[in-house]
Each structure stands twice: as structure tokens, then as C-alpha cells.
Design a protein around this ligand. Structure first.
Ligand code: CMP
Length: 132
């Protein structure tokens, strides 16, 4: 069994799509192990996206991620990190295929519906950061 962290981004909460996204993970067979609706602090988002700090979109990303509450969830299942990232689809909603979460629920960066951990190390650090 593996655990991963997802963040349902502010537009998903604002548009009333929390249930539909979480339903996809439950339909797939993943278990929700922890769940919270929360307004993130800038410092928390800056730490979470520290590896993007030098990118031109960083400030806009932090502004966006603190523009409203998000949903944080820990999902568990066999190879959950890979399974969830496949379900999310390409980072850029323009490239994300229909049938993926980003392909079905988002249109432009940085508002790409969802964040999901990209490695076991990231999952462990992110679960600790948000639920530790
Ligand atoms: P996420 O999977 O949460 O990881 C980093 C985030 O940065 C990404 O989703 C997008 O929200 C954002 N992002 C990545 N590339 C760009 C870009 N070129 N312009 C704006 N935002 C971006």
C-alpha cells in the first residue's frame, strides 16, 4: 500500500466540484485516509512549491493557491502515487486529455484543478507538511 497527497485547488472548491473529484478516487478504489478544507498560508505554499521558486510563475502560483480555501487529502492504495498522477493528467490543462481530472475540470495554468505528489519522497514530505 502507498499513500499520496492531493490538493484540490481553489477553483475546484469555489465551483463546488469537491465531491465529484473525490468520487473519482473512491470509484477507482482508493481510500481517503485524511481530509481537510483549509485556507493555506503563503509560507506554507512557498515551502510546498520551493522547487519552483526560481520560475517566472512562482509568485502567481502562490497568489493563486492562497486565493481561497483548498481541500487537502491523503489517498491510499496500491501504487497510489502513479495511479493518482495518471488520473490527474498533464500539468497543463490544454494538454490534459479528456477523461483526466485536469482534462475534464480545468482550462488554464496555474488553475489546473489538482496537485498530486510526484514521488514517494515528495508524498512523505507533503503528508508530513499538511497533516504531520
Ligand atoms: P502542480 O502539479 O501543483 O505543480 C506545480 C504547479 O505550478 C502546477 O501544478 C501549476 O499549478 C503551476 N504551473 C506549472 N507550470 C506553470 C506555468 N507555466 N505557468 C503557470 N503556472 C504553472
Amino acid at each position: 500500500m502507498e499513500q499520496t497527497l492531493v490538493i484540490l485547488k481553489p477553483e475546484i472548491v469555489a465551483r463546488g466540484l469537491i465531491g465529484r473529484i473525490l468520487q473519482r478516487f473512491e470509484d477507482k478504489g482508493l481510500r481517503i485516509k485524511d481530509l481537510v478544507l483549509k485556507q493555506l498560508e503563503r509560507e506554507t505554499v512557498e515551502a510546498h512549491y520551493a522547487h519552483h521558486a526560481s520560475k517566472p510563475f512562482f509568485q502567481g502560483l502562490v497568489d493563486y493557491m492562497t486565493s481561497g480555501p483548498v481541500v487537502l487529502a491523503v489517498l491510499e492504495g496500491p501504487q497510489a502515487i502513479t495511479v493518482v498522477r495518471n488520473m490527474c493528467g498533464h500539468t497543463n490543462p490544454v494538454e490534459a486529455l479528456p477523461g483526466t481530472i485536469r482534462g475534464d475540470f480545468s482550462v488554464e495554468l496555474p488553475a489546473n484543478a489538482i496537485h498530486a505528489s510526484d514521488s514517494p519522497e515528495a508524498a512523505q514530505a507533503e503528508i508530513q507538511r499538511f497533516f504531520g
